[in-house]
Design a protein around this ligand. Sequence first.
Ligand code: ARG
Length: 566
Amino acid sequence: MIDFKKEVVSIIHEVVDSLDKEEIESLIEIPPNYDMGDYAFPCFRLAKIFRKAPNLIAEEIANKVELGEYFEKVENVGPYVNFFINKVKLTETVLDSIKEEKEKFGSTNIGKGRKVLVEFSSPNIAKPFHIGHIRTTVIGNSIEKIFKFQGFNTVRLNHLGDYGTQFGMLIAAYKKWGDMEVIEADPINELLKLYVKFNAEAEKDESLKDEARYWFKELEEGNEEALELWQWIRDISLKEFNRVYELLNIEFDSYAGESFYSDKMPRVIEEMEEKGLLKESRGAYIVDLEPYDMPPVLIKKSDGSTLYITRDIAAAIYRKEHYDFYKNIYVVASQQNLHFKQLFKIIELMGYEWAKDCVHVPFGMVSLEDGTLSTRQGRVVFLEDVLNKAIESTLKIIEERNPDLENKEEVAKQVGVGAVIFQELFNNRIKDYVFTWDRTLSFEGETGPYVQYTHARANSLLGKGQFKLEDRVDYSLLQNEDEINLIRLLYNFPKAVLDALEKYEPSIITRHIVEIAKAFNKFYNSCPIMTVEEDLKKARLNLVYAAKTVIKTGLGLLGIEAPDKM
Ligand code: ARG
């Protein structure tokens, strides 16, 4: 596809040789509206060099430049030189590229030969997979897809919380009150009950805490009974989680969780010791991070047991050795900002230069309309229930609007689940947000169903108009403002994807495809397709094809499906 910005740079460079191309490119702005052109070159910098008023320089440049075939007009407005893209060239390059690249439009190969690890979801086993987990799960899923689309070799990691002192509690509780059959019937709820009961009883009876510590120690030391119970808890939890992953259409390359690193820790602790990082403090070992304005990090307790962060240090080192990553990305809530700052600092202090390639991608909290989520108060909303409710409600809507639709259930799943994912990925990830049913499931406004519906509508137009990819088209027929606005958005899609990658921010794509859907519907309302003469009809159908294709790609990068009919 033609890079019009680069063309502007070349044109300006021809007449302004006192700035190099990079400098010119960095100065170019996008005017606030298209009446003022597609690109603007401000002349303030040159005014200093030439000791001349910027307005005069802008006027001179506007008079001197050779526009070539890619621009139809140049104009100076005050200190700016404004360039107007040749609309036929724009249409041609965008629609031809999409026809040629199809669903790959917007992809590149910038990641070739580079491995990127994306760690996301990482729930704690034996605990509910509640709506609070949805963010890491869908943000991580999308980030992985975006990197892959740009040619990176990606690995999807689920760093399960399958280790730690709470398993000591669970094993102790199970041995006291547990019943295997009862638990198998409803694992997470029953394990949660045991956990809650144990904590309540331990408030009254201190000795229970010792029992829990004892069992965790046994687990770390490989006691067979402890290991077996732990394995069983892990298996039944994962089975529960997998139902959610299936609904979301998400898979992982590795479920190596915290437990996987338990036997890799002694070596790491030794290494930290050798490198002089550990300080003893009442039988425990800590890393002092005061010089870096951070609280000290406990690495090993006085009873010898290790901690969450110790396992993370071992995991990072293992990942470097095993995968030799280009980037190691952690999609984890912003509550853990300090944890990751400390983790990366320790890795750096251990002398690993790749500490700089570890990235924490934080995000804000999700809450429900009637207050925040809290496991402790028992007000948990299971993600599975949310997704199922979304599917059910969508099925009802389909029954009303389109009762004859084929495979309604499948479409209801794609739209219902898509709606929830879309809401999640609509706002800047760092913002806290409130989950509301009305907004999520609406077919109007900035929602998943709206975008999916637009895609399906475009698809049905292509069928009705008997669109053929290989038809020759006269692009100069597309002159209407609503057509051109849609084409501009399609042109900017690849940039939006790259921007989303650089900022680890899927919402840039979400918002971009909402804009495309809106522009598409505006075009559809103002430009008749089936009733116009054949050449114009073909040209417009081509635009419909392009919009449909890009919407589908965009939804795919968010982890949302695009049904052809709905
Ligand atoms: N299991 C943790 C939790 O639910 C998240 C793990 C994040 N990843 C990590 N490498 N520390 O809070």
